[in-house]
Ligand binder design. Structure first.
Ligand code: SF4
Length: 240
């Protein structure tokens, strides 16, 4: 081990021990650079309009994106891919349209609640929310039926362009396996670790989360596929 490498590991150890972020910062930045270099730009979120992104963020709960696309196609064909329109559809009609996304009876209620929130808040036009502070919108979204942190933050980051890091199961898994997060860390802890370790940039948060999802789908699965994984090297781990 070189002197520089030994010093780097020492610093990492000291900072993490102190619940600090400096060491994690280094690893978190390196991980991003490696993922971007390996996978390239992910160009999220796959949606043509802000409203489509909001709708997709609700429909993607507990299902894969292909199923969401089928539900969105149905909404498009029915000329119902808008928050205002969704808020007026009958439960039967909306359930039938979003059926491919799974759990459609639950999602019908959640999607309607989100649509009604935006209609109430900004007449269904999210561009009118520009002057509202992110923390206020986040609190409001978390009060909407069926909206958890990941969905709220996905809407804030990808639809509304707010600077908030989205955490999901893939983030927690990779973060814990690489020593960036402890077993006790929860969603908010993870969000703080990433946000305080990175340059404050919507574009960076957007790309980083998308890259982690790609990593989780292809390599960092419940049974990890470390062979060939771009992060399978000591410099991407906090604990050797
Ligand atoms: S698959 Fe292995 S090397 Fe890749 S991110 Fe997961 S734990 Fe790390």
């Amino acid at each position: 081990m070189t002197v520089i490498r030994a010093y780097e590991l020492f610093v990492t150890f000291v900072v993490i021990k102190g619940k600090g972020v400096a060491l994690a910062l280094h690893a978190i930045e390196r991980i991003y650079q490696r993922l971007y270099e390996f996978f390239g730009a992910q160009r999220w979120w796959p949606g043509e309009t802000v409203e489509e992104i909001i709708i997709g963020a609700v429909l993607t709960q507990n299902t894969n994106w292909e199923n969401v696309e089928r539900a969105i196609d149905n909404l498009k064909e029915a000329h119902a891919l808008s928050l205002k329109k969704i808020a007026t559809l009958s439960a039967e009609k909306l359930s039938a349209l979003i059926r491919p996304s799974g759990y459609f009876n639950v999602k019908e209620k959640r999607l309607r609640a989100v649509a009604e929130y935006f209609v109430r808040r900004c007449n269904g036009d999210p561009s009118r929310l520009k002057g509202i502070p992110t923390c206020r919108l986040r609190k409001e979204l978390l009060g909407v039926y069926g909206v958890g942190r990941e969905t709220a933050d996905s809407i804030l980051l990808y639809a509304l362009g707010r600077r908030i890091f989205v955490v999901d199961a893939y983030t927690m898994r990779m973060g814990r396996r690489h020593g960036l997060l402890s077993e006790k860390d929860d969603y908010e802890d993870a969000r703080r670790v990433f946000e305080s370790s990175l340059k404050k940039s919507v574009r960076l948060y957007n790309e980083y989360h998308a890259l982690i999802v790609r990593l989780g789908k292809e390599y960092c699965k419940p049974h990890s596929h470390c062979d060939g994984c771009p992060l399978n090297a000591p410099e991407f781990y906090i604990h050797g």
